[in-house]
Design a protein around this ligand. Structure first.
Ligand code: MLC
Ligand code: AMP
Length: 504
């Protein structure tokens, strides 16, 4: 047995002297170099004590070294646990403790704050990696051998643990196996017709499924290359289109690109594919993009727990407002919440998924895992329908979730923090249409009559406790929250009442 994911990603790539990554400052890394560098990281991690199955948590800025750390972890048989750089120290402490991470990699600038926290959570080794690619982990890798015998791992062994917040309680770690990632990468390469000649503009963060597995694993599996940008910058992306072929983005990317006068048919004529996902792409954005560039954006649908589930067709019509068809090997059904029966075409219900892409369960949460599976199908929490033509549409969410710029924000987590503030009676957090982020996190707060709270005080109080993107963009004060006869807050009424708040 060898490493299932590593072997799958290598199987079709061909000539190792081909380019894998070009960085923003022009460095060019071949596949052969990536093999050597990831071997050095694997050796360094083993020397640090990482054993097969151990979790390596990492909260670092985007860099090629972080990609090597990902590949090195998997080659060493470890479980990769990337953390959003926006997470605050209390949030990081929870993930490290819950995952029982053996190694934590952080930015050198955060080491003084995070190393004691990590040690208090039982992490044995804390090493660093900065945005410039330097740090103690890098130094250890540089001093290590450039060859490594990949630790044998089978299809069902864990390769990654990705945390996703929940509608109740704390975040859950989604256990992703080697085959979850491998099968999804191959399905995407085939569906999107990736070839070794493709050049992907990589402008997404690499701590979530989209930028890490969809973008990087598909590139590796196809033996193609990517231009690796530290962050999304619309003008830079447009300037690169002349020598790239694919862009993967969240809807906010497309909304911001459309604002540039430099987005023209000529600027985008070298590109063959624009892909959008992680949040709903407005049909209006799809239409506008087609008018401005001549390209139809290909929208797909996925989740942390499942990787990618559906995609609009590469050939054939990419229908605005739909997420297309199940990927090869993946099955979807739409279930009636009342009868629990599968619904027919056009009927709205809960989307459930089955396939090699579906995760193994939530880390150390067997009850939560059991509650989210229904006869072996994973219950997504998304509401949708399958049209008569087979295209799937997502029409809403059965889960209380706001998606802002492609990041998930669970209202319960924000409400808990707001409710704990002095002077707050209760709160309801909702998502309202936002012209840039798709949805804007908005807090509706009932304050005690004697409280002197204002909008800024609430937002400032959340800073340091919650990642910035989770903080409300606006706070509205009300006397009471609307409730139904069961006493449940009627968020739909609040969303209706404040729908124009962000002016879209
Ligand atoms: C940044 N900010 C956000 C935000 N991103 N606020 C709300 N929602 C967001 N998504 C805030 C910051 O906290 C900061 O606030 C201010 O905006 C500027 O920060 P920035 O870092 O300069 O932001 P910017 O670079 O403009 O980032 C916006 C963005 C980024 C859209 C480019 O959020 C992004 O890359 N999103 C992609 C998310 C993603 O990869 N999702 C995939 C999840 S996987 P302040 O107050 O401090 O000034 C998944 C499965 C699937 O969902 O199907 O793919
Ligand atoms: P995450 O937990 O970050 O992986 O987010 C997954 C959720 O993002 C899904 O359950 C959907 O609600 C949403 N999502 C992803 N892609 C799309 C899409 N194309 N359209 C609508 N919602 C999407």
């Amino acid at each position: 047995m060898t490493s299932h994911l590593v072997d799958t990603l290598r199987a079709r790539r061909g000539d190792a002297s081909r380019l894998f990554i070009e960085t923003a400052d022009g460095a060019r890394i071949t596949y052969a170099e990536a093999d050597r560098r990831s071997a050095q990281y694997a050796n360094a991690l083993v020397a640090l004590g990482l054993r097969p199955g151990d979790r390596l948590a990492l909260q670092v800025e985007k860099s090629v070294e972080a990609v090597f750390a990902y590949l090195g972890t998997v080659r060493a048989g470890g479980v990769f646990l990337p953390l959003n750089t926006a997470y605050t120290p209390p949030e990081v402490a929870y993930f490290l403790g819950d995952a029982q991470a053996g190694v934590f990699v952080c930015d050198p600038a955060s080491e003084a704050v995070l190393a004691p926290i990590a040690r208090a959570e039982g992490v044995a080794q804390v090493v660093t990696l900065g945005a410039d690619g330097q740090g103690t982990l890098r130094a250890a890798a540089d001093a290590s051998r450039t060859s490594f015998a990949d630790v044998p791992r089978g299809p069902d062994d864990l390769a990654a643990l990705l945390y996703t917040s929940g509608t109740t309680g704390r975040s859950k770690g989604a256990m992703l196996t080697h085959d979850n990632l491998a099968s999804n990468a191959l399905a995407l390469v085939d569906t999107w017709r990736f070839t070794p000649d493709d050049v992907l503009i990589h402008a997404l963060p690499i701590f979530h499924t989209h930028g890490l597995f969809v973008a990087i694993n598909a590139t590796l599996a196809a033996g193609s290359s990517m231009i690796f940008l530290p962050k999304f910058d619309p003008e830079r992306v447009i300037a690169l289109m002349g020598r790239a072929s694919v862009l993967m983005g969240v809807p906010t990317f497309y909304v911001r690109l459309l604002k540039s006068p430099n987005l023209t048919p000529e600027a985008s004529s070298h590109m063959r594919l624009f892909i959008s996902g992680s949040a709903p792409l407005l049909a209006e954005t799809h239409r506008e993009w087609r008018m401005r560039t001549g390209h139809a954006i290909l929208e797909r649908y996925g989740m942390t727990e499942t990787g990618m589930n559906t995609s609009n067709p590469y050939e054939g019509e990419r229908l605005a407002g739909t997420v297309g068809f199940p990927l090869p090997g993946v099955s979807l059904r739409v279930m009636s919440p009342e009868s629990g029966e599968a619904l027919g075409a056009g009927e709205i219900g809960m989307i459930e998924v089955k396939g090699p892409n579906v995760f193994k369960g939530y880390w150390r949460m067997p009850e939560k895992t059991a509650a989210e599976f229904h006869d072996g199908w994973f219950v997504t929490g998304d509401l949708g329908l399958i049209g008569p033509d087979g295209y799937m549409q997502i029409v809403g969410r059965g889960k209380d979730l706001v998606i802002s710029g492609g990041y998930n924000v669970y209202p319960k987590e924000i409400e808990t923090e707001i409710d704990a503030l002095p002077g707050v009676v209760e709160s309801a957090v909702i998502g309202l249409a936002h012209p840039d982020f798709g949805e804007g996190v908005t807090a509706v707060v009932v304050a005690r009559p004697d409280a002197t709270l204002d909008e800024k005080a609430v937002i400032d109080a959340l800073e340091g406790r919650l990642a910035r993107y989770k903080c409300p963009k606006r706070v509205i004060f009300v006397d009471d929250l609307p409730r139904n006869t069961m006493g449940k807050v009627q968020k739909n009424l609040l969303r209706e009442q404040y729908k124009g708040l962000y002016g879209s």
